[in-house]
Structure formats: C-alpha cells, structure tokens
Ligand binder design. Structure first.
Ligand SMILES: *Cc1c(COP(=O)(O)O)cnc(C)c1O
Length: 398
C-alpha cells in the first residue's frame, strides 16, 4: 500500500486540470470547495443540456433509484422501453441500443455496419470517416477519428477507416470501393474546433451513399438532443441517415448514450452486442426526463434564440478585438481567435469565475446549458471582453 502525498495524486494524471475541486452545481453555475462561484459555458463538455442538477433529472433519478437500479440487460425494464419508444417516435430510426458512453455507442455503430457488410454485402467492412473527426477513445473509435494527435498512439490501430475531407464529396467518392460499407460523419466537428458540414454536403453524402448501397452513420453525440436548435442535427439538412449515435446531452449529466438504426440496418443477432449496464433503468429514467423537457413546445425555439444572441454577441466581440469568424449552430459555437491564445484566455476566465473551453489553440468553443439565459450569456461576454481588452493592451505594450 502506498500513501498519496497530495489528494490529486491517486488519480491517473490523464489531462491538465486546474487545482480546483468542484462540489456543487445549479443551472449555469458551479461552486468549488472554497465557495467560489463560476459561470459554466463548458457544462461537462456539452453534457448538462439542462444545466447542472436540473430538478427534472434529480427527481427522475430519485424516484427510479427507490424503485429499481438494474435488473440485468437480460431482462426488460420500463424506463428503457419507454425511452427507446420516445426516441424512435421522434426520429427516423426504428430501433435503439443503449450504451454508457459516446465511444461505446460509436463502437456499436461500427460493429453494426460491419455486421451489415458481413451479412448483406459479402464482407464489405471499411467505414469512410473524416480528417478532423472525433468519435471517442476506445481503440476502434480512436482509429475512426481523424485527430492528428491520435495518429502515433496505441499502434497498431483498428484498420478499415480511410479518411476523407469534410465538405469535399470527391474525396469521399475516391475512397469508395467494394470494401466500403459505410460513411460515418460528425455533422459539426466539435473537438476539432466546431467545423460544420454544410447541409448541402450532408444531402450529397446521403444521395451518394444511397446510390452505392452504403450506410450513412451520423455521430450526433455532441450535436444531438437539441444542441443545434433541432432535436437532431440531421433534420437541418432534411436527410434520413441509417444509423445515429447519441451521448453527452441525452443523459443530462449522467452516463447514457444510444445507438439508433433503421429497421433495415438493425441486423445484430443474439450474442453480437450487449453490456452489463446497458439500458439500465436508472440512466434511462434520466434520459426520459431530458427528452421530455427538450420536446416541450418552444424549447428548441429558445435554443435557436439563445444561440442567435450568443452568436451576435460573439460577432460584436470579434469585431471589437479584431478576431476571426464565429462558426457553428445553435448553442454549439466557436470563436476564431486568430492567435494561439485559447489556453491563456481559458486560464484567465477561470480566475475571473467563468468556465470556457479551447478545443484548438486558436479557438474558443461555447457549449452552455440549452436553457442558458440572456443575462448569463451577457455575463460571459463581459468577462471575455475584459480579458481580450487586457490581453490586447498587454500585446500593444510588448
Ligand atoms: C464526446 C464525443 C464522443 C465520445 O463520447 P464519450 O462519452 O466521451 O465516449 C464521440 N463523438 C463525438 C462527436 C463527441 O463529441
């Protein structure tokens, strides 16, 4: 037995974390163990779609915890049946498999596509993915990701994920062969810095995959559950994919993810897929509470309105400080800083009591709660404005 010398030492050091311990959250606000309050525009990485500890999710978890935690995935339970039905009713998909993380849902999507290839396309198994895409941190999903930093890691990777360029149909067409079974895309590349596929590109991709008999998989782990102003991002483009994955927002803060597929693509046989905690009633009860709230009349309109306000305020800040474009959709937006100052802005904002995220050195990403208020957006903007003013002054002096 060893004794950790510092309370942080017993956790594997897998990322740079500020020496702050968060103890409580409510809506757009977080408190650390010294009582300092923070305005949160990270929200667990676009996870807490209704903010921190929303009453609907807390009540659903409390009621379900008293009833049944988990009977085993080998038995039916009511919340998973109800949530699957609700997701199917509100989407173009027919069947759902629940998972515990986005990566696991994407592993399921990859397996489902490979199964489809094995059963119906004489063993075709390649899945075309995109440079800059992010699909998770399991071996297969890292292999499917087009993140440069992943390239040298954990070799050998899982093979069969040729990479195309986002918004370049010809680059996809060039990779299609008799080995191809699917194309998998993040409709907005979040981790890469919020780079959207155009609606036209998504429509062209749908036509091309149909023409070649390929499955279209959309990874909506970040864009789904109302984040972009539609319940699912694919609705903006007016397309119907064959497979979709959800994560992050679907649980409103608890580990829940889902793999959805059309009837034709739902080809798993007994023994192909499973998992001890998959579809457990506790997490599915939280998912139901989230879906109910997000489906209320005017909820998505309020996301669109809040997104438009955030976008216009970011544009104002950008013009004022000579920064670059604002990109994204709904409440998944990025500000191009034009300089590699993202980490420094994030560090100063933390000092000032605002949590921001810089997915790339020259960009900030904004993923507040979907019910963020105008006042909270203004508060964040004022803080960012002050930081950029200080940094601009420092640059002029230097
Ligand atoms: C976060 C994310 C994942 C991975 O989800 P985890 O729950 O972290 O495994 C996959 N795809 C996209 C688009 C994501 O944003």
């Amino acid at each position: 037995m060893t004794t950790a010398t510092h309370p942080f030492d017993a956790l594997m050091d897998i990322t740079t974390r500020p020496p702050t311990v968060f103890v409580r959250g409510e809506g757009s606000w977080l408190w650390d163990d010294t009582g300092k309050r923070y305005l949160d525009f990270v929200q667990g990485w676009a996870v807490n779609c209704l903010g921190h500890s929303p009453s609907q999710v807390v009540e659903a978890l409390t009621e379900q915890a008293k009833l049944l935690l988990t009977p085993s995935p080998a038995f039916y339970n009511a919340p998973s049946l109800e949530l699957a039905k609700a997701l199917v009713d509100r989407s173009c998909f027919d069947q759902v498999f629940f998972a515990n993380s986005g990566a696991e849902a994407n592993e399921g999507a990859i397996k489902l596509a490979r199964k489809f290839g094995a059963m119906k396309r004489s063993g075709s198994h390649e899945i075309i993915t995109f440079e800059g895409g992010f699909h998770g941190r399991t071996l297969a999903t890292m292999s499917a990701s087009g993140k440069k930093a992943f390239e040298p890691l954990f070799e050998p990777k899982v093979s069969g994920f040729p990479k195309a360029q986002l918004n370049d149909l010809a680059s996809v067409r060039r990779l299609i062969s008799d080995k191809t079974i699917a194309v998998m895309i993040e409709p907005i590349q979040g981790e890469a810095g919020v780079w959207p596929a155009t609606d036209q590109f998504l429509r062209d991709l749908r036509s091309m995959t149909r023409a070649h008999g390929l499955l279209l998989i959309v990874d909506e782990i970040q864009t789904g559950m109302g984040r972009t102003g539609q319940l699912f991002h694919y609705e903006h483009a007016g397309i119907e994919p064959d497979i979709m994955t959800l994560g992050k927002g679907i649980g409103g803060g608890v580990p829940l993810a889902a793999l959805l597929a059309t009837e034709a693509a739902s080809c798993f046989e007994h023994g192909d897929q499973g998992g001890t905690f998959n579809g457990n009633p506790l997490m599915c009860a939280a998912g139901l509470a989230v879906l109910k709230r997000v489906s209320e009349p005017n909820f998505l309109k309020s996301v669109v309105d809040a997104g438009a306000y955030l976008e216009s305020e970011l544009q104002r800040i950008s013009a004022r400080h000579g920064l670059g474009e604002v990109r994204g959709r709904g409440l998944l937006l990025a500000l191009d800083l034009k300089l590699p100052i993202g980490a420094s802005v994030v560090a100063q904002a933390l000092q000032d009591g605002v949590l921001l995220n810089s997915p790339q050195p020259d960009a900030l990403r904004f993923m507040p709660a979907l019910n963020v208020t105008r006042a909270e957006i203004s508060g964040m903007i004022d803080c960012l404005d002050a930081i950029l003013t200080r940094m601009g002054a420092a640059r002029r002096v230097a």
